[in-house]
Design a protein around this ligand. Sequence first.
Ligand SMILES: Cc1ncc(C[n+]2csc(CCOP(=O)(O)OP(=O)(O)O)c2C)c(N)n1
Ligand SMILES: [Mg+2]
Length: 154
Amino acid sequence: MKNVKDEVVVSSTGMISREVYKYKDRDLNFYMMGSMGMALAIGIGIALRRKDLKVIVINGDGSALMSMGTFALHKWCYFNKDMKNLRHYILDNNVHATTGGQKTASDMVVFDDLAPETYTIQVLPGKGDAPRIPLRPCRISERFKNAILCKQIK
Ligand SMILES: Cc1ncc(C[n+]2csc(CCOP(=O)(O)OP(=O)(O)O)c2C)c(N)n1
Ligand SMILES: [Mg+2]
């Protein structure tokens, strides 16, 4: 997030979005509060529709495992739709840290081999202290949609 400038950021459910909000809240962040496994699909939708934007998806290992078909879609879009504007980071702590540290099966998978522009970052299983995001979901979505509508890069 320190290096993010014009990029759209879609972050996954739980502590990951809370940390992103705490560190650098901005209108071009979309916090996928509620449903695990959706961040990459949302990122792909934006990246396909808006090739002028750079899209960063910040996922958790548990959330990534929940929708692994989306990796195939990412790869398909990369090669067949020339979708080169999406980068997917997976913060892999091998647990569901947000909900108490239940183990995941991320150690059975090499995420980076499943799709291009996919980068796993190993992180410790601890849970930070970022507070809940004090924005209603409709507010997050409205301001995000307005921000990308207004954004013309290049
Ligand atoms: C479909 C769905 N199932 C369960 C939950 C409850 N839940 C919220 S965050 C979370 C853990 C997410 O794990 P991971 O993606 O690995 O992120 P971490 O918490 O480790 O940063 C769970 C189980 C949810 N929000 N959505
Ligand atoms: Mg995790």
